[in-house]
Ligand binder design. Structure first.
Ligand code: PLP
Length: 711
């Protein structure tokens, strides 16, 4: 599937960037033309480091995060690489007389934290510090604010770098930078330089913000032209203290990165590793070539001719980089490769199918009507994090949950847009409603009064009872509804009702549903007539859309249909949409054994073998959500495209299947308990119906403890 396409462009450009960085440190054109060398190494090559930083940001910084695990792994790996690089360069440091400098200890600390113990190593501590700043800013304040702050940091850095000549003339600034330069040699570091590029990378990843290749290239060339002029001007007036930060470097990188993203296809992991090795090792190669040519009297050829020097450094660095990569891949310490989570029992969530369903549902909806994704109960067991972050990235901006804690969780995952709580929330938690910008459903008048009396302004949707007789103010009580609109601390953003038999096309049910709809619109008319500005309206859930698609309203609260299934098999609906199931429940055979005729299997000796049999044990049970009552219903599951019967009682953590007639089955084989395969599979509605339930209930159970794997 196209999903698995990798960012070939990023892999390849890393390599190019590594060669550009070698150029910065060797000045390839200097023996021919100083200006040309300036342009190559101080302007063009300045895209290299920001590119590395944006790549890290692209894969790491996301406002959608469940925890800081990935951040911690990144910092640990960077620290390990940095530690190794420091050790590798100690001989060069000794050779350069590093350890003979004054104030050795403070200087070592300063170098380790900011400047690097070798000139190029600043990058490693900088990316570790920068990533923490970027990560927390995006998490706490969102992209807009994080970007604003990081651009300010960048500008502060820039005036201590390329634009220092200007800052120097203002005495306050001069003393400020004087102070900064006591702590760090350059402002190009983890605080001023790194965060903005990391955040830009993350921003591009999260927003699917992609210009066409043409536009990206156009943007790149225009910004590059400006950057060129900027650099030439600064150079001409000798304003540069250092030359890595230009104002136009920011748009330049934004467009360049967008352009590079267009190259998708094969993954070149070896290019990634070798680019890193090249980056770290090339200064060593430079020293080695100098020593070597001194001994062999080849300086004229290998050092003094800058272009030959550059090519030789590149060649040796690349050879070294590839060699280390090969060795590393062969002998790298550690863990055997496995996709985390799939070793026992897991939910496989197909995000392509989710996207497909959203498209199909949106198409079926009336114009100006928005999809409100119902993601209560861990998104019907699919994993609220995986589902809602993906929907948000797709542009879904309205969500519904059942409880305030589900709503808070979504906010902590980074979801933006409206989040409506469909159920009851204690009025004592009004401040949390406000803090997390959640919208509360008002289900009765007294509740509205009590909530209003909390003195905290909260957004609400009023729920109208038109016949379900659950939560909801009666459609006849328009005086009460009207009063809620005038409550001081209650901001009514929506008004809705819920249909109780919209899934049925029986005549009585259709009549009842029509009466519900009429009562709702009747109330709206009265409210409008009495001068109230009508907020957002919504009526339908999944079946409401499928059977009554033409109602005029602002939202449709779609739950089960979003997950690509109906509640029961063979449900007839007015609209028949091509919905695709998102969830599969899969497990692994962990043990195969034989039982003799007459042996029993499982609790209660419920199953007695009628013949000598082969049985397989699967590590999945009702503790994972797979209903125990299925054991009484001759249920079956699929292993290697064959249905095999579940025998004995389903336990909390395991179940047993009879594989006597199933041919080849081995330990480690994957079993499908819910989900489709080439031969039809086991759709959730069928499994649910077989124990007398509906797919909504079956799926909700899955949120208990299983890992979610997205494909
Ligand atoms: C759960 C729920 C929905 C979603 O229903 P589906 O049938 O799954 O689409 C819609 N509205 C309310 C009020 C709900 O509680």
């Amino acid at each position: 599937m196209c999903k698995s396409k990798s960012y070939t462009g990023i892999d390849c450009f890393r390599f190019i960037a590594a060669l550009l960085i070698i150029a910065i440190h060797t000045s390839p054109l200097v023996s021919f033309n100083a200006m040309a060398d300036f342009i190559l190494t101080r302007v063009i090559a300045r895209v290299a480091v920001p590119f590395f930083l944006m790549t890290s940001g692209f894969f790491l910084i996301s406002r959608y995060t469940r925890n800081a695990d990935r951040l911690i792994t990144f910092i640990k790996n960077t620290a390990l690489i940095y530690g190794a690089a420091i050790l590798i360069y100690i001989p060069v440091n000794i050779y350069n007389g590093y350890f003979r400098m004054d104030n050795l200890v403070p200087n070592i600390i300063k170098d380790i934290v900011f400047d690097g113990t070798m000139y190029h190593l600043w990058y490693l501590p900088a990316s570790a510090i920068g990533v923490v700043i970027a990560w927390y800013m995006v998490k706490k304040a969102g992209y807009k604010k994080a970007l604003a702050v990081s651009v300010i940091l960048y500008l502060i850095g820039m005036f201590g770098d390329s634009w220092y000549g200007i800052a120097e003339k203002v005495s306050v600034l001069k003393s400020f930078y004087g102070f900064v330069f006591q702590i760090t040699d350059y402002t190009r570091n983890g605080i001023f330089f790194v965060p903005v590029f990391m955040i830009l990378g993350g921003f591009i990843a999260d927003n699917n913000y992609k210009f066409s290749f043409k536009k990206s290239m156009l943007g790149f060339f225009i910004s590059f032209a400006f950057m060129f002029v900027e650099a030439m001007m600064l150079h001409h007036y000798k304003l540069q203290r250092h030359d890595s930060m230009y104002i136009f470097l920011l748009p330049c990188m934004f467009f360049l990165f967008n352009a590079v993203l267009h190259f998708r296809g094969k993954r070149y992991v070896w290019l990634r590793t070798s680019s890193l090795v090249i980056y770290i090792i090339h200064p060593m190669i430079i020293v080695a070539i100098r020593l070597f040519s001194k001994i062999l009297h080849l300086q004229e050829l290998l050092v003094e001719n800058s272009i030959v020097h550059y090519i030789v450094v590149c060649l040796l660095s690349v050879i070294f980089g590839i060699a280390v990569t090969i060795l590393w891949n062969k002998y790298k310490p550690g863990k055997p490769k496995h996709i985390s989570g799939t070793d026992r029992t897991y939910l496989e969530i197909n995000l392509d199918n989710l996207e497909h369903n959203v498209k199909v549902l949106r198409k079926a909806m009336m114009q100006n009507c928005e999809l409100m994704a119902v993601v209560k109960t861990e998104a019907y067991g699919h994993g609220a994090f995986e589902i809602s972050t993906h929907l948000n990235k797709m542009g879904v901006r309205a969500f519904a949950v059942a409880t305030i804690d589900e709503g808070i969780k979504l906010r902590k995952y980074g979801i933006d847009g409206d989040i409506l709580i469909l159920g009851y929330t204690s009025i004592q938690r009004a401040s949390e409603l406000k803090k997390y910008d959640l919208t509360q459903t008002i289900g009765d008048y007294d509740y509205a009064k009590a909530l209003n009396n909390q003195g905290i302004i909260v957004k609400v949707h009023i729920k109208i009872d038109t016949g379900m007789h659950r939560l909801g103010i009666s459609a006849d009580d328009f005086v009460e509804v009207k009063r809620i609109f005038s409550m001081r601390n209650i901001k009514v953003c929506g008004i809705f009702t819920h249909l109780c038999c919209s899934d049925s096309l029986e005549e009585d049910d259709v009549l009842f549903t029509r009466s519900q709809i009429d009562r709702f619109y009747g109330l709206i008319d009265v409210l409008e007539g009495s001068g109230i500005t009508i907020p957002k309206l919504h009526i339908q859930s999944s079946y409401g859309l499928l059977n009554y698609p033409y109602l005029k309203c602002d939202y449709i609260r779609v739950g089960i249909a979003l997950y690509g299934v109906l509640s029961s098999p063979n449900h007839k609906t007015e609209l028949e949409l091509d919905l695709r199931p998102v969830l599969s429940l899969k497990s692994k055979v962990v043990l195969i054994r034989s039982v003799k005729e007459g042996d029993s299997v499982g609790y209660g000796r419920n199953f007695i073998a009628e013949r000598d049999s082969r049985i397989a044990i699967l590590p999945v049970g009702y503790g994972d959500g797979y209903p125990r009552s299925l054991s009484m219903e001759n249920s079956s599951i699929i292993i290697n495209r064959q249905r095999v019967p579940v025998i004995g009682r389903i336990c909390m953590d395991s179940l047993v299947v009879d594989i006597t007639d199933a041919g080849e089955v081995s330990v480690g084989d994957t079993a499908i308990l819910i989900g489709m395969d080439e031969c039809g599979g086991l759709p959730a509605p069928d499994v649910a119906e077989s124990y007398g339930s509906i797919s909504n209930e079956l799926l909700c159970r899955m949120g208990a403890r299983m890992p979610v794997v997205t494909i």
